[in-house]
Design a protein around this ligand. Sequence first.
Ligand SMILES: Cc1cc2nc3c(=O)[nH]c(=O)nc-3n(C[C@H](O)[C@H](O)[C@H](O)COP(=O)(O)OP(=O)(O)OC[C@H]3O[C@@H](n4cnc5c(N)ncnc54)[C@H](O)[C@@H]3O)c2cc1C
Length: 236
Amino acid sequence: MSLRTVNVVAARALTHNVRELTLDAGADFRFVAGQWVSLRIALDNGEFVSRSYSIASAPRGDGRFEIAVTRVEGGPGSTALHALDVGATLEASHAQGFFTLEPLARPALFIGTGTGVAPLRSMLRAALADREADARLTLLLGVRSELDLLYGDEFSALAREFAGRFRFVPTLSRASDAWSGRRGYVQTHARELVGELGGDVDAYICGLQRMVKEVRAVLKGELGFARERIHSERFD
Ligand SMILES: Cc1cc2nc3c(=O)[nH]c(=O)nc-3n(C[C@H](O)[C@H](O)[C@H](O)COP(=O)(O)OP(=O)(O)OC[C@H]3O[C@@H](n4cnc5c(N)ncnc54)[C@H](O)[C@@H]3O)c2cc1C
């Protein structure tokens, strides 16, 4: 596959173990919200690994996009991306994948855990930028604790700006006593949120395989979702 050079033009910590990189792939780079790129990452020992990362930002036409990388303990690719300096270069594939936003014909429930929220952020930002569309959108984001709530302030601000259209529902599996929001895993809350959206919804699920499997089981097995209403992407 042909690769293109991308430049790291900005970096910031989203949480204690998630780093966002802004990459510039050149003005002719195109992608659809929800897609991912494969990056060829140089390691300290001179070897390279290829790893996939979902694009976290909405398409904007200038070749720049964001990725959000969880630092995996002992993981070579993610560790190297956390150490990369602004100004560094990488090689990237073209944008790939079929986990993309369908036309918003009905309400949509987005369910992500950890950096699984990355392609969902891209889709949500693209959907909310379409001022003509009025389908209701709910994001259910599961993370461990308050410290892990990546993009939490941004999603809360969007929920205020698009009140009535976009709702942000974080749930924490290991919340502190001070947390007054939802607790537990995303699959515990999916049923109720589907009901609140009227039952007939498109679901977009992204994260590690175990969560995706369990949420699919709730939607399909318990709520009788048709297969074409469930869209999912797994990171492992
Ligand atoms: C289509 C696709 C999109 C992806 N998008 C992202 C993304 O946007 N952000 C991201 O951080 N990763 C993403 N990944 C995972 C990424 O490609 C790497 O697997 C990850 O960065 C670990 O690579 P590593 O070399 O550090 O560790 P490795 O030694 O290759 O992996 C070790 C283990 O880490 C676990 N793991 C993988 N990803 C995560 C994660 N995000 N959080 C916790 N544990 C994980 C898996 O169980 C894996 O077996 C995506 C994977 C795929 C297939």
